[in-house]
Design a binder for this molecule. Structure first.
Ligand code: ADP
Ligand code: MG
Length: 692
């Protein structure tokens, strides 16, 4: 039995990295390698190379300008080089005395005075050279490479690396990893010196391919397992009745559904009709009309005698839904003695108590709100359907809490998640593999395309002219101020300043214009007051920090100005731009950029803004964004609960992903023990991956 012992600092650091089991250590792979297998001559080296040389010290001095430093000149017979140390011990100074022969490693810098190595590592010359490349592992403070290397080697020697992927099956699927697991791991931990470091570091080497295939398979298996587990759960079967609420709602809508809305509505209705919980993601570009699809689903649930909850990430958004849904549903619910309830954090106690009572008695057929909807005190009488808008802004815990609101004898509610950020195909196949996905790929008719202009900040005056012109036509304008990540306070001064400048500029010589300001620090009541003036049309211009809530819907707004557009992510820009072009008026989006101190905008920034001007297709933009920023943006970082991939890269490893996706169901059916062991091997030690 292990004794109870204090863990040492490096042991604690290992745990912090999630390296608890032997297999976790074995799967902790190097970030890069150092080549200590050979010595080079300075004459053959190039700037930036990491070199290992053997040389003789020819000069040593402590200089004091510009600051105290030890300068040691060495000569390897082909050239000389200066070793520079800003901190050093007397013992090191002694070891580098004139005449000493030393082996030195470091990154070579060129310069006016010749080669330099800053703080190189060194030891006496001679001694054996390494026979394999030296791995450098991802680590954390308090965990030295040497300790970690030893721990990894130990783990690798002890871990059970039995092959779990049945070779026959894998071959049938058309891809037979060339390397075995044990072979691949030993190689990656100690690659022979003849291998190309480039192939190792860009992870194209067959040993890496094997590891990436393993990782993707584990992810696919675990998603498939949870999908199958869910299929065993029960949910109320909800069928749309003839002449029921669903039909009544369709009849009162002021528009015809688009083909896409009808198709997606049908997909959802089919799910709801089955006694198995729905787990569906409804994705549709901004303005594609997701809310009405949710309302129609709610109508089915309510008609069948159940309650429906709709949750949005912010109060303003929730309120917008609330108004729409009340407008559509309340007249139909009232004759049935039913209500729509409203729950948010900022609610007065008394109002909240009244709403809670409505929810608990079941009189509230529909409950709309923010996170407040899932708080403990909220007790539904019969919840059958939960709708989550902008699902990526909610965490897993919150989604689970919503599912937990279903009290009825072990049944689960149906879950409909909505997102305006279309998920690229590879992500849908991997992280979202346990979801069914519906897509609204058609915008309601009558929308005019948004013209997007990329304009330098120097031409601000022209932009203000444009705003005047829009206002003169009775239109409204959004002005979004930049996000300064480091400082919310700076954000605020910035927005406040812009607000003051714009107000002043727009009052000059024209009819008075109401310019409002909205930022994240404002009390909710104030935010609401500003929003209602803007929604009501009394306010001409709304200046805001990035809190213009995703989903805000003011069809009369026809111009969106985004300041410092170069600082935003593409998906974010797309979301913001989607605030205009919602009505019949011709709409425009101005991406104002600033180059700061440099004369021109950088290459990537230029390409990104150009992408925005080129296309209005959310899928295309999401794809380009994925290329530029990686999957974090789509997943809501760690919140997704889906294990992040450490090794595989969805942009380049599509073949492996397809293979894993095809193999997972076969393996789960025919080799369930191997499948379980494989998932445990890869995911067992950690609740989620730590990104290296
Ligand atoms: P999003 O998908 O971004 O949430 P909304 O549900 O807010 O979009 O819909 C955007 C606007 O389009 C709303 O004003 C909505 O009432 C309107 N709308 C939705 N469907 C249609 C349709 N089929 N025809 C016309 N307008 C529609
Ligand atoms: Mg919406």
């Amino acid at each position: 039995m292990p004794e109870k012992q204090e863990l040492s600092a490096p042991q604690k650091a290992l745990l912090k990295l999630g390296l608890a089991r032997d297999i976790d250590l074995a799967l902790h792979l190097p970030l890069r390698y150092e080549d200590e297998t050979r010595l080079v001559k300075l004459r053959d080296a190039r700037e930036g190379d990491t070199v290992q040389i053997e040389a003789t010290v020819t000069h040593s001095e402590v200089a004091f300008r510009p600051r105290r430093q030890l300068l040691v000149t060495v000569d390897d017979g082909s050239d000389t080089c200066v070793l520079r140390f800003f901190s050093f011990y007397p013992s090191q100074q002694k070891a580098l005395a004139v005449g000493a022969r030393v082996r030195v490693r470091g990154e070579l810098k060129g310069g006016f005075l010749g080669w330099t190595l800053m703080h190189p590592s060194f030891r006496p010359a001679g001694g054996e050279l390494a026979t394999a490349l030296t791995p450098v592992y991802p680590t954390v403070a308090g965990l030295p490479q040497a300790y970690l290397r030893k721990a990894v080697l130990g783990g690798l020697a002890r871990a059970d690396l039995a092959e779990l992927i049945p070779p026959g099956v894998s071959g049938q699927i058309g891809l037979q990893p060339a390397w075995g697991l044990r072979e691949a791991l030993s190689f990656l931990h100690h690659p022979t010196p003849d291998v190309s470091i480039a192939a190792l570091e860009d992870r194209s080497h067959p040993a890496w391919q094997r590891l990436k295939a393993e990782e993707l398979l584990a992810q696919q298996l675990s998603q498939l397992q949870s999908k199958r587990e869910r299929a065993r759960l029960r949910a109320p079967a909800l069928a749309a009745a003839n002449g029921g609420l669903h039909e009544q709602l369709l009849a009162v809508l002021p528009f015809q559904l688009t083909g896409a809305q009808r198709r997606v509505g049908e997909e959802i209705a089919q799910n709801l009709g089955r006694p198995v919980p729905m787990h569906r993601l409804l994705q549709g570009d901004v303005g594609s009309g997701k809310t009405v699809v949710a309302a129609l689903a709610a109508a089915i649930a309510i008609d069948a005698g159940w309650q429906c909850a709709l949750m949005a990430p912010t109060e303003i958004l929730a309120e917008q839904h609330f108004r729409k849904l009340i407008g559509w549903l309340e007249p139909l619910l009232a004759p049935r003695g039913q209500r729509v309830a409203w729950l948010t954090g900022s609610q007065k106690k008394k109002e909240r108590a009244a709403m809670l009572a409505l929810v608990e008695s079941g009189e509230a057929a529909l409950v709309v709100g923010t996170h407040a909807v899932i708080q403990e005190q909220v007790r539904f009488r019969k919840l059958a359907l939960a709708v989550i808008d902008e699902q990526h802004r909610f965490g897993v815990a919150q989604r689970l809490a919503l599912r937990g609101k279903m009290s009825e004898d072990g049944q689960e509610p149906h879950l409909l998640m909505m997102s305006a950020t279309p998920i690229p195909r590879t992500l849908a196949m991997s992280y979202y593999a346990d979801l069914d996905v519906s897509t609204l790929d058609e915008l309601p008719p009558g929308r005019t395309p948004i013209v997007t202009k990329v304009i330098s900040d120097h031409r601000r005056d022209e932009v203000i002219q444009r705003i005047r012109a829009q206002l003169a036509q009775g239109r409204q304008v959004y002005w979004v101020c930049p996000l300064i990540e480091e400082s919310e306070a700076l954000d605020l001064t910035n927005a406040t300043q812009t607000h003051a400048d714009l107000s002043a500029a727009l009052q000059e010589g024209g009819a008075p214009v109401l310019v409002g300001l909205l930022h994240s620090r404002m009390p909710v009541a104030e935010k609401k007051a500003v929003m209602s003036l803007f929604t009501g049309g009394q306010m001409g211009v709304l200046v805001s920090t990035t809190v213009i809530e995703v989903g805000v819907d003011v069809p009369n707004a026809s111009l969106m100005v985004i300041e410092h557009a170069e600082r935003f992510g593409l998906s974010q820009l797309h979301q913001l731009r989607g605030r205009v072009g919602r009505g019949a008026a011709a709409s425009a989006c101005v991406l104002l950029y600033s180059t700061g101190d440099s004369p021109r905008l950088g290459e990537t920034a230029r390409a990104r803004l150009k992408a925005m001007a080129d296309t209005q297709d959310g899928f295309e933009i999401a794809r380009r964004d994925l290329d530029i920023r990686g999957p974090g943006e789509f997943l809501g970082a760690r919140q997704s609960g889906a294990p992040l991939l450490r090794f595989a890269d969805l942009a380049t490893d599509t073949d492996l992903l397809e293979w894993a996706r095809a193999l997972a169901p076969v393996m789960l059916d025919r080799y369930p023990d191997n499948a379980r062991a494989h998932v445990a091997r890869w995911l067992g030690g950690k609740s989620e991956y730590l990104k290296a």
